[in-house]
Design a protein around this ligand. Structure first.
Ligand SMILES: O=c1ccn([C@@H]2O[C@H](COP(=O)(O)O)[C@@H](O)[C@H]2O)c(=O)[nH]1
Length: 245
């Protein structure tokens, strides 16, 4: 694998579109770039599992970003379904607690036992959303301490539950890896190339800065999908990622 492919495989493009048709247009412009495709609630709720199967048939790795958060039994059954669907990565909210996250892992393992040809998905916990800032954490959510402390606390809980990693901002990657180990995966949204609009994100870094923090995957939506040329935007981000090595 060359450096371009290595970097592209760590870029997750957020297909935040209302329909499969719109997502397909973007995918066409990114042809030949072996990035991960992230399917979130907007697209999944409209296009469903068929669109995930289509992405898999086209050879993409798929992160299904549905952030499950429910009682343990429900999450276990959801995890069973998503594992059976063949996604490469999916997530649950760490705020659902240890029992809920362990149940998610059980759902994965039961699906794998029922269909041994399935590949085990990477299962990750969402810590604090990258839109959450210090004031919101303390005053709205009623969680004391710093954002980093809360993120590391959720990351430790996620590891204890047997999951593979977390979603966090790139600003917390070093602290997460120091506490949970270098192999514990970090998936980081809140990526903003220099000069691009921050929007509703609160905890951001550029692609290069995020890679230098040691993140495993960067998630990029609007800076690519709303760019005049999404292909050029994605290629520029990959070039920036490569500079970290
Ligand atoms: O904490 C989180 C968890 C998930 N996301 C998702 O990542 C993308 C980011 O999109 P941008 O347009 O680059 O802001 C989006 O799909 C979110 O749902 C996140 O941003 N933060």
């Amino acid at each position: 694998m060359n450096r371009f492919e290595q970097a592209a495989g760590r870029l997750m493009v957020a297909l935040d579109y209302p329909t499969a048709e719109r997502a397909r247009e973007l995918i066409k412009t990114l042809e030949g770039i072996p990035c991960y495709m992230k399917v979130g609630m907007q697209l999944y709720y409209s296009a469903g599992p068929d669109f995930v199967r289509e992405l898999k048939e086209r050879g993409y790795s798929v992160f299904l970003d549905l952030k499950m958060h429910d009682i343990p039994n429900t999450v276990k059954n959801g995890a069973y379904s998503l594992t059976s669907l063949g996604v490469d990565m999916f997530n649950v909210h760490a705020a659902g607690g240890l029992k809920m996250m362990k149940a998610a892992k059980e759902g994965v393992m039961e699906a794998l036992s029922a269909s041994p040809s399935l590949k085990q998905p990477i299962l990750i916990g969402v810590t604090q959303l990258t839109s959450t800032d210090q004031k919101m954490l303390n005053q709205e959510l009623g969680i004391p301490g710093t954002v980093e402390e809360s993120v590391v606390c959720y990351a430790s809980l996620t590891k204890e539950a047997g999951l593979d990693g977390v979603v966090a901002s790139p600003l917390e990657v070093r602290a997460i890896k120091e506490t949970c180990g270098q192999d514990f995966k970090t998936v980081t949204p809140g990526i903003r190339p220099a000069g691009s609009a921050v929007g509703d994100q609160s905890r951001t870094l550029t692609p290069l800065e995020a890679m230098k923090q040691g993140t495993d995957y960067i998630v990029v939506g609007r800076p690519i999908i709303t760019a005049p040329s999404p292909r050029d935007a994605a290629l520029q981000i990959i070039e920036e990622m490569k500079q970290a090595w």
